[in-house]
Design a protein around this ligand. Structure first.
Ligand SMILES: [Zn+2]
Ligand SMILES: [Zn+2]
Length: 340
């Protein structure tokens, strides 16, 4: 099969032939139809994340927003049949037995395996996945449209839930990229008042189209003052979907007293925090990592009702290095999905 393979960190991926994997016990073989290109893929390929670099396998097929059809079943798999339309998310495997799995927080499972990181992912014509962690796609969702929901969509869906945002409250969403443009839609659907914040005007235009009540260009160092003014004191929740330290610094200054900072985007460098500001504002910080299978099913359900649409552009497997380069330069609007 054809695959885009990472052989060495910080080097271009190589599009090459490799053996088609075979499904083991409890696994399915999936013929990939589409795979979203996530910002995490770029960080992983660059070897930029200290926590993930040591567990990233090489050579590696990246990609954890995979959709396709069941091509073959491993031993013991009864819940799927060939031809079923499915998706494969970031969590390739969780143990189901530890305190976190049992408490419905499988994203914290220490035994987790990660699609396109610790095991091969979907930048390929085929991949194997655990049947237990493979989800069915709603009939009315196309493969390409559904792919980014498996990570980008799930991540913001879960973060939104964990942030505690209530209808009528204001949420400022920093970063209107792959994650942020989905966050805007989910927040609007919840009945929140959305302020979209980005440094790129075209992304702010998109946010308006998606229902944001206000937009703020964050290039000006005093932009947080505009957010304070628009909200009469700050946003109830500020969600940062970009991995930029500057965004986090401004986000903290945009919070309302008693507000919640929702950490989604991962900045490679540390973010300084004023404990004085934290204490006097009684701020809460909530971080969340992708989401569980239960949340994923709930999100796919919302998407099948038309509540959330991912703006996508498609590319071919041979375009992957160009797309990753554009992503590095912040040139992408919405999500790029690889059509296999
Ligand atoms: Zn991702
Ligand atoms: Zn576990």
């Amino acid at each position: 099969m054809k695959a885009a393979v990472l052989h060495e960190f910080a080097q271009p991926l190589s599009v090459e032939e490799m053996p088609t994997p075979e499904p083991g016990q409890g696994e399915v073989l999936i013929k990939v139809a589409a795979c979203g290109i996530c910002h995490s893929d770029l960080h992983l390929a660059q070897g930029e994340w200290d926590l993930l670099k040591p567990i990233t396998k090489t050579p590696l097929v990246l990609g954890h927003e995979v959709t396709g059809t069941i091509a073959a079943l491993g031993e013991g798999v009864t819940e799927f049949k060939p031809g079923d339309r499915v998706g494969v998310p970031w969590l390739h495997y969780t143990c189901g037995e530890c305190e976190y799995c049992l408490a419905g927080r499988e994203t914290l499972c220490a035994k987790q395996q990660i699609t396109g990181c610790t095991v091969d992912g979907g930048y390929a014509e085929f991949l194997t996945a655990k049947a237990s962690h493979t989800v069915r796609l709603p009939e009315n969702l196309g493969f390409e449209e559904a792919a980014p929901l498996l990570c980008a969509g799930l991540t913001v869906y879960t973060a939104m839930k964990n942030s505690g945002i209530q209808p009528g409250q204001t949420i400022a969403i920093f970063g209107v990229g792959g994650l942020g443009h989905l966050a805007v839609q989910l927040a609007v659907d919840l009945g929140a008042n959305v302020i979209a914040v980005d440094v790129a005007d075209d992304k702010l235009v998109l946010a308006k189209e998606l229902g944001a009540a206000n937009t703020v260009n964050a290039s000006a160092p005093q932009a947080y003052k505009e957010i304070k003014k628009l909200t009469g004191g700050g946003a109830h929740v500020v969600m940062v979907t970009s991995g930029s330290r500057a965004a986090y610094e401004m986000a903290l200054r945009s919070l309302r007293r008693g507000g919640t900072l929702s950490i989604v985007g991962m900045a490679p460098e540390a973010v300084p925090l004023s404990t004085v500001a934290m204490v006097s504002g009684e701020y809460r910080i909530v971080a969340s990592a992708v989401g569980t299978r239960r949340d994923l099913r709930a999100l796919l359900d919302l998407a099948s009702q038309g509540k959330v649409h991912c703006r996508i552009k498609t590319c071919g497997i041979q375009d992957i290095n160009t797309v990753l380069e554009d992503m590095k330069l912040g040139r992408l609007v919405g999500r790029v999905v690889m059509k296999i």
